[in-house]
Design a protein. Sequence first.
Length: 284
Amino acid sequence: MELVVQFQVLNQSCQCLAWKPHPIVAWGAESQHVVAGYSDGTIRVFSISRTEMELKMHPHAVALTAIAYSTDGEMILSGGKDGLVAVSSPRSGMTIHILADHRGSPITVLQCTRKQYREFGVEGGELWLATSSDRRVSVWASDWLKDKCELLDWLSFPAPAGPEGLSSLPPSLAAFCPWDHSTLVYVGFGMQKEALFYSLRKKQVVEKVSLPYFATSLSLSPAARFMAVGFGERLLRLLRCPASEAQDYAGHDDAVHLCHFAPSGHRLLTASHSAVLLWELTGS
């Protein structure tokens, strides 16, 4: 538990970051690159092993709000406050796609997952999703080598008029199920406080899980059928999927704005205003 490397960018705030996926090698190998998105619309790639910035790109005119690597690490997907999504190559430093489907609403989530090449009747070995704060989710199939990017599905979730007294609405969040990448989970402000499981094959919601409050963070375990949901009421809920049992945990000093499972699935990191908690899952 000590600081190993630190990168500083003067006069800019880091809004989002992601580790580069590591090629499948011996167990225990760690990725050596991090990509970060900044308030001036720039992207910077840092090498941990060389302790230096390797690349700077400027694909956005506004602050970034989400960033992710493709599953093979060959592309960087970035989303801005204006709803534009950019696809950039860290090899060439060029932005090869600008997608405006979510224009006008900040991107809240970008996530990639692998797929079989002809799955869902479209080419490409990758699925990825973009979520914006207006409760819309787009799902894409991509073949980066052939420069193909095809819209596979478009989800729009209804919501009532914003309630009085809320300074801001709960975020719109979505994630692919690690145990079934043809299913995604969505949480956000809506008609009910719930998590929705949507099937890309059936084109419909296949399961609804009631929640005590509107969610402020979401993570699905890559190793077991567990889902972690954080709430603005300083509460963390761990659910076993399908939703057969749930357990709530207190301990945060404010809204649980981030929860993230470790790749092993045995640990969970959660964060609130001034506290970062590390949880160990026993018997998972």
